[in-house]
Design a protein around this ligand. Structure first.
Ligand code: AMP
Ligand code: TRP
Length: 334
């Protein structure tokens, strides 16, 4: 039997959602909600693989929920919930820890980046994090996963785990092999300070990113200060590709203004970066500021946000338990 299209994705509640999360993930979440069933999860168990201050974590779970809602994700259409409130994620993760191979995890570049030089001191959770991510997806038998390019390797691992489970337990086609949905034009929004690094919550300088909660003044200031290039805007893509900071600014502009990069280059070739920066700041202010305002508004109503999560968890839990029952049987657990 062919599985119905079911979308699943997760965002870590580690504070400060930014333009990278917005263009790489949230905007696609919204588009997909229009065409199919979607489950969007605040992945709090992933967040604690690196120590989180408990009070801040609670606030960040609410703020990530508010960010989903503020970008237009509709809790009546899509399931919005937090991972730790559906215990099936942790249970399936354990089963998948026993399916996944150490050799597979040893290849994960995100672990190497996040663990830094002293890998012995990283939490065990950080190491097996990709198995938990596979559990998130497979628990619902999800078929499609919208993510930014940085998650591609983790998605490939989820596919390998699904395949191995289906082989080991002789149940071809039981877990769908999940398809990544990575934005074509802008799969990786880069830092405004360094065009070779991705825009990230953990980058020290706040000038490196546009946060969803930035006000107009912040956005204008950050775009003004963003690194660009000393020469005028080139007239062809080949030359632009040699200039990562300039490429990033034009790429963001092209994505938000829904104009192809070629067309932007045609219009802007020979002009100074201050010209494109002005246009970019304007369009960012009109797209991001309303989202930020809505997040701030929603954050004033904790009861409402908790109620959204509770309702979402109840719906997710029903689906999770249904699938887990069969998964336990397949593995031979009583
Ligand atoms: P995280 O905040 O790491 O949980 O990421 C949430 C989602 O945003 C994932 O789908 C990431 O791939 C995506 N994402 C994070 N940073 C970027 C970026 N700089 N460019 C594009 N997508 C991103
Ligand atoms: N690992 C993802 C990130 O850091 C978050 C995540 C956890 C996720 N579980 C997921 C994304 C399942 C997609 C599907 O961005």
């Amino acid at each position: 039997m062919k599985n119905k299209k079911l979308v699943f994705s997760g965002v870590q509640p580690t504070g400060n959602l930014h333009l990278g999360n917005y263009l790489g993930a949230l905007k696609n979440f919204l588009a997909l909600q229009k065409e199919t069933d979607c489950i969007y999860c605040v992945v709090d168990l992933h967040a604690i693989t690196i120590f989180q201050n408990p009070k801040e974590l609670k606030n960040n779970i609410l703020e990530t929920t508010a960010s989903f809602l503020a970008t237009g994700i509709d809790p009546n259409k899509s399931i919005i919930f937090n991972q730790s409130s559906v215990s099936g994620h942790a249970e399936l993760a354990w089963i998948l820890n026993c399916v996944s191979r150490i050799g597979w995890l040893n290849r994960m570049t995100q672990f190497k980046d996040k663990a830094g030089k002293d890998k012995e001191k990283a939490s065990v959770g950080l190491y097996i994090y990709p198995n938990l991510m596979a559990a998130d997806i497979l628990l619902y038998k999800s078929t499609h996963v919208p993510v930014g390019a940085d998650q591609k390797q983790h998605l490939e691992l989820s596919r390998d785990i699904a395949q191995k489970f289906n082989n080991d337990f002789n149940c071809a086609g039981f877990f769908p092999i999940p398809e990544p949905l990575i934005p074509k034009n802008i799969s990786r929004v880069m830092s405004l300070r360094d065009g070779l690094k991705k825009m990230s919550k953990s980058e020290e300088s706040d000038y490196s990113r546009i946060n969803l909660k930035d006000n107009a003044e912040d956005i204008i200031k950050k775009i003004k200060k963003a690194k660009s290039d000393s020469e005028p805007i080139p007239d062809n893509l080949k030359m632009l590709e040699q200039k990562p900071e300039a490429m990033n600014l034009l790429n963001i502009y092209s994505e938000i203004s829904k104009t192809s990069l070629e067309k932007v280059l045609n219009e802007m070739a020979g002009k100074e970066y201050s010209d494109i920066k002005k246009k970019l700041a304007d369009i960012l202010v009109s797209e991001i500021c309303p989202v930020g305002k809505e997040i701030n508004k929603l954050m004033k109503d904790e009861t409402y946000l908790l109620q959204i999560l509770k309702k979402g968890s109840e719906k997710a839990n029903i689906k999770a338990e249904e699938n887990l029952k069969i998964i336990r049987e397949k593995v031979g657990l009583i």
